[in-house]
Design a protein around this ligand. Structure first.
Ligand SMILES: NC(=O)c1ccc[n+]([C@@H]2O[C@H](COP(=O)([O-])OP(=O)(O)OC[C@H]3O[C@@H](n4cnc5c(N)ncnc54)[C@H](O)[C@@H]3O)[C@@H](O)[C@H]2O)c1
Length: 458
């Protein structure tokens, strides 16, 4: 089946676990969800891979931003600190927000960007401009893919906030469009650029932890007050909890672990199982904080408070991904990676190496910094911490993306990472709905996952 003819059926097919062929007939049925497919589709002229395709060189990177709410404004500020970048256009449905972003650009000493605020579809006019190199999308999740498709089809490299896509069909739409229009579509997973994450990536590649066997990532973030807020994400994000039950936000935890394990760079996600707890956290919070006649008291949430997903990779490694935004707990992405010689885990960052002189206990990373700090942080870290969001990782991410565009490098992550890291969202919904049955990952790379590509030069 050609890529342009990917089936839109939503029916869930079951097929015998591939393991049946290996004599494992007693295992549960493997579910093939939505448009997911077992086979690697034969490449056609329209779907030449974007793996490793370098950007053309840019003297100056001309940026358009769609969505200048909380995140879009923050990242706009980071981009404005990066030399060689101009913000040419900003779009939001709220005029006051484009006005605010445009003034911010002016205050940074740049010409005022064009504002697009004429309704839900004015972003299409921004996308039609021929003086942009990159469009960055920071809108509610339901808008990401249609905006990315508009951007890609108008010939722009495209950066999408997390998660890039909400369904498998949307994942494939991004892959197909990136290949067809020969433009990169990157999901800006900022956590991959954290100081700790990039340092651990270097330690892992140097073999400190031996042969890697498993990792854990999480998004454990108490968002209850935000989900019921009267602005920002309170206007849309809670609705995702109404009819979805799974891991709604997998990429912050999964991205860095997928990098440690070289997923799409020598290994890949093969299949996963997922389980959700009951849903009571948001109900308890609103009972304590909203008036009894508030219309939100009538909403029915289906998303379980705690979701755990287990991913098996083609090389036999295992990844656990957690999601919990509905209960009280300190922020935690866990960020654990382990192998035959030791393990690292985060929050706080700590390491254990087999046979270390300190004995069987975790030690801090300080003594490793001199040898393993990533050069993005040793060179740009000071400014990143001063100007950048999320401890500086957002600035490092923006700086690195602009560097790749200016120097004509391939981006650190591509549309295949965007699709694979977003896919546990819809796949967890399918698995949870089927009593935690195993679900197969589509191979979005169409077989191009084996090469040893680097991430941020590592
Ligand atoms: N990477 C991170 O650390 C991080 C942090 C926060 C949010 N995010 C992601 O960023 C995205 C935006 O989140 P946010 O917190 O900024 O939400 P937000 O609600 O503050 O901002 C979204 C903006 O999109 C605008 N918008 C909605 N529909 C639009 C349309 N049709 N055209 C133009 N603009 C439109 C809204 O008016 C709003 O200003 C989400 O995908 C979220 O998951 C990522």
């Amino acid at each position: 089946m050609s890529e342009s003819k990917v089936s839109r059926r939503t029916l869930i097919k079951t097929a015998s676990l591939a393991g049946a062929a290996a004599g494992l007939g007693g295992l549960p049925k493997m579910i093939l969800g939505e448009d997911g497919r077992w086979e690697i589709p034969a490449p056609t002229a329209a779907d030449k891979t974007m793996v490793g395709v370098p950007f053309e060189r840019h003297e100056t990177v001309r940026l358009g931003i769609i969505g200048v709410g909380g995140r879009g404004t923050g990242v706009c500020s980071d981009f404005l600190h990066v030399p060689g970048l101009e913000v040419r256009a900003v779009c939001d449905i709220v005029p006051a927000k484009t006005e605010h972003a445009a003034s911010m650009v002016e205050r940074a000493g740049h010409p005022r960007p064009t504002e697009y605020h004429n309704g839900d579809h004015d972003y299409e006019n921004l996308c039609k401009r021929d003086d942009l190199d990159l469009i960055y999308i920071a809108t509610p999740w339901i808008w990401h893919v249609r905006m990315a498709l508009s951007s890609l089809s108008n010939g722009h490299h495209t950066a999408v906030e997390v998660p890039a896509a909400r369904t498998l069909m949307e994942c494939w739409e991004l892959v197909n469009a990136s290949e067809k229009y020969r433009r990169h579509c990157m999901m800006l997973e900022n956590c991959c650029y954290g100081e700790t994450e990039l340092m651990v990536l270097r330690m892992v590649r140097a073999g400190l932890l031996g042969e890697l066997t498993h990792g854990v990532g999480a998004y454990d973030h108490d968002l209850r007050a935000e989900l019921f807020g009267n602005g920002g994400e309170g206007l849309w994000r809670r609705f995702e909890h109404l009819d979805r039950n799974g891991n709604l936000y997998p990429t912050h935890g999964l991205g860095p672990v997928a990098n440690y394990l070289e997923c799409n760079r020598g290994d890949r996600f093969d299949y996963m199982v997922s389980m959700s707890s009951q849903s009571v956290g948001l109900q308890a919070w609103r009972a304590a904080n909203l008036k009894s006649d508030d219309p939100r008291m009538k909403e029915i949430y289906h998303c379980g408070d705690q979701n755990n997903t287990l991913i098996k990779t083609a090389k036999g490694r295992m990844i656990t991904v957690e999601h919990n935004v509905s209960e009280p707990h300190p922020y935690d992405r866990i960020n654990l990676i382990a192998g035959t010689k030791g393990m690292f885990r985060d929050y706080p960052p700590r390491l254990y190496i087999d046979g270390q002189k300190e004995g069987e206990q975790f030690v801090g990373l300080d003594t490793y910094k001199a040898d393993f700090e990533h050069e993005l942080w040793s060179q740009e870290g000071e400014l990143a911490k001063k100007s950048g969001g999320h401890g500086g990782m957002d600035y490092i991410m923006c700086w690195r993306l602009v560097q790749c565009l200016k120097e004509g490098l391939a981006p650190d992550f591509d549309v295949y990472d965007a699709a694979a890291w977003s896919a546990p969202g819809p796949l967890s919904e399918i698995s949870v709905a089927k009593g935690s049955a195993p679900v197969k990952f589509p191979d979005f790379t169409r077989g191009h996952w084996q090469g040893s590509r680097k991430f941020a030069g590592v």
